[in-house]
Design a protein around this ligand. Sequence first.
Ligand SMILES: Nc1ncnc2c1ncn2[C@@H]1O[C@H](COP(=O)(O)OP(=O)(O)OP(=O)(O)O)[C@@H](O)[C@H]1O
Length: 340
Amino acid sequence: MIHLNNVSKTFQLKDHSIEAVKEINLDIEKGEIFGIVGYSGAGKSTLVRLLNRLEAPTTGTLKIAENDMLNLSNRDLRGARQEISMIFQHFNLLWSRTVRENIAFPLEVAGISKAKRYERVEELIDLVGLKGREASYPSQLSGGQKQRVGIARALANEPKVLLCDEATSALDPRTTGAILDLLHDINQKLGLTIVIITHEMQVVQKICSRVAVMEDGRIVELGNVLDVFKNPQQEITKTFVKQVTDPEDSNEAIEEQLKREEGTVIRLTFVGDDAEKPVVSELIRSFGVTVNILQGNIAKTQHGSYGSLYVSVDGDEEQLKEAIQFLHDHRVEAEVIADA
Ligand SMILES: Nc1ncnc2c1ncn2[C@@H]1O[C@H](COP(=O)(O)OP(=O)(O)OP(=O)(O)O)[C@@H](O)[C@H]1O
């Protein structure tokens, strides 16, 4: 659906130039939810502006939904742009228009008749769960409801691609979860291709099937989300994965506990179906060791779960050796991080 071949973008300033996006090769499949993650300045916004053709690349080729985006007449480019829609961090709603009028706006611009507009807006209101709020103004809505309006408006002209630029960054975690569920639902119902740009790995973990990690204008890592969680290659990817698996406050709690623990502290890492097997209870039953759970965290991705568990294990040397072997045999990574 989206094909970028060797795409770069250089901004020419007075006395120097900035290479915001460098030699990007990327193929995003139809119906996929694809994540692009990176810190501020990595080049994500520039990449989005290239995807919706607000900017033209300095070099490279860009194909979206069979359109060669760099060789279209102005008229065809307008048409091609309608197939790519977008939602934003700060919603970009029209404040003097009601929910219904905001959603109808792109239909008005596209010249759709009043009767058809009305019908389509009702459908969209239903789809995004805003029934009863049609006559409200944006100022009367919560952040989550405003983003629902943003989503409905973005879907009005039946795009093939939805770009989400930090679309949940202004929302609290619960509302973020609800909006991501809605996007997933829409992806399933409509087969829409969704590209999520974010600096939060939790967002990627929750709904993306694949992810590209951007650093300094380049894609430095790309893969299936579960594989990236399981085996991050680049330092920056490891930092992103840790946002989900080892949140900072949990690390502090572990360090505090380590000072008090007597046994051997082991960090277990579960991936895929193994994350849902009762390995720990089997460990206690089979090897006569005492296991004390210190911290646990399971992240569900679209292709299975990824979890880490810190346990303190008490037993003699032989029992511990056998227990660790048992974990390895069950494809659970076990790393001894402290030995009392
Ligand atoms: N129009 C522009 N003119 C000059 N430099 C630009 C322009 N747009 C972006 N840049 C530069 O390109 C680099 C990448 O910026 P970009 O906004 O794409 O990163 P980002 O990952 O989206 O970060 P953020 O989330 O903070 O927006 C930065 O160094 C930025 O200053």
